[in-house]
Design a protein around this ligand. Structure first.
Ligand code: ADP
Ligand code: MG
Length: 381
């Protein structure tokens, strides 16, 4: 085990591509750290720089406090599972996974190797496939075999590049839960790359959001969810996406109000230090909104635009003042075009500056960041 740090890591490919623009990260010993970002953000490049498969153009990587710039990849005690795996086509699944444990470097007695392999493959749900050849496996199964081969060997740092990306949604949800139970992942410093926000929320002790080679935010799942630094992070977490409504702060008889969507969205702003005239964006998560007019809450009137069942719940999209607003509610009979009122718990409103997209802190900012995340308690089957 070891700490892992990136110090001002910049990576250029040729003259025109800057994949990383000076990354600083400090990952604790034994921490499970998730790097989340869209395709092209620089996630794989980050892992390659740590593994030594690419040299940073500027900056360096430290493992266990030691600058590893001059240490060859195979001497770094780093194990990396690639997004695009390669298995030995002539060997069984068992032999593919056992391969590192038969090498001189990671040698284990056959009986010991077998019990490690059984444990890891059971967790990954591939223990019934051990005698098959790679060509007899689906893409998702092959990916888990490749992951197992990385997990069975000891390493100071584990690098996992979208290891569940080839699995279907249901299996991916199951694997998210299983992966956390693996001792290998609990005890090894891990840098896990994904573009799936649910994976990041479920697995990460901390999460870093990467975009265009730059870190946008680093924090706990609650900080990222309740206190996103800007609209990019707010939009990156949540399905359906957070509702963002552009508007302006206007004076009201009991303090400033938010006025947006041609007046259809009118919300009190007493939770924020904002003055009339400021152009802002409000953010409301679909699961925080409540169908019907509840006392003590702000209200938005709209008409039903689309409804879509989600298990025991439904996603209702309203049209309000030319703006679409998504709400997750219990199943009920709603017809397209019905006029409805939704309630907004005022304490859940996020506010952003319209120009910069940066979040405007709430007066009770510290308190709000500790709330649990409703989305994670919802079964998505
Ligand atoms: P991610 O893994 O987040 O999808 P990558 O790290 O693979 O992103 O890529 C980051 C950027 O660097 C992309 O614009 C990609 O096209 C570019 N890139 C990655 N590898 C190379 C390479 N070997 N040569 C040139 N450009 C590359
Ligand atoms: Mg990648």
């Amino acid at each position: 085990m070891a700490t892992l740090a990136l110090k001002g890591v910049r990576k250029e490919y040729g003259k025109s591509v800057v994949a990383l623009k000076g990354l600083d990260l400090d990952i604790g010993d034994g921490e499970f750290f998730v790097l989340l970002g869209p395709s092209g953000a620089g996630k794989t490049t980050t892992l390659k720089c740590v593994a030594g498969l690419e040299q940073p153009t500027l900056g360096h990587v430290e493992i266990g406090g030691l600058d590893v710039s001059n240490i060859e990849p195979n001497a770094r005690k780093v194990a990396m599972a690639f997004e695009n795996y390669a298995l030995y086509p002539q060997e069984t699944v068992y032999d593919n996974i056992a391969f590192p444990l038969r090498s001189r470097r990671y040698y284990r007695e056959p009986g010991e190797a077998q019990s490690i392999i059984e444990r890891v493959t059971t967790t990954l749900g591939i223990n019934h496939l051990l005698q098959r050849l790679p060509r007899e496996l689906s893409g998702g199964q092959k990916q888990r075999v490749a992951l197992a081969r990385v997990l069975v060997r000891p390493a100071d740092v584990l690098l996992l590049d979208e290891p569940l990306s080839h699995l279907d949604a249901k299996l991916r949800a199951a694997m998210r839960a299983e992966l956390k139970s693996l001792g290998e992942l609990q005890s090894t410093t891990s840098l896990y790359v994904t573009h799936d926000y649910l994976e990041a929320l479920a697995l990460g002790d901390r999460i870093a959001v990467l975009n265009e080679g730059e870190l946008v935010q680093v924090g706990t799942r609650e900080e990222i969810w309740h206190r996103p630094v800007n609209t990019f992070v707010a939009k990156a977490f949540g399905q359906p996406q957070i509702n963002l409504v552009e508007g302006e702060v206007i004076p009201g008889h009991d303090g400033p109000r938010f006025h947006g969507a041609n007046g259809a969205v009118d919300l009190p702003m007493h939770g924020f230090d904002v003055t009339p005239g400021r152009k802002v964006i409000t953010g409301m998560r679909p699961r925080d909104l409540v169908m019907d007019a509840k006392p003590g809450m702000a209200h938005i009137k709209g008409s039903v635009w689309v409804t879509e069942p989600l298990g025991r719940q439904q996603e209702v999209t309203l049209e309000a003042g030319g703006q679409h607003i998504a709400v997750i509610t219990p199943l009920s009979s709603l017809a397209i075009g019905d006029t409805v009122t939704i309630s907004v718990p005022v304490s859940r409103i996020l506010l952003f500056d319209a120009e910069s997209g940066q979040r405007i802190p709430a007066k009770d900012d510290a308190a709000g960041a500790a709330r649990p995340i409703a989305e994670m308690e919802v079964s998505r089957g």
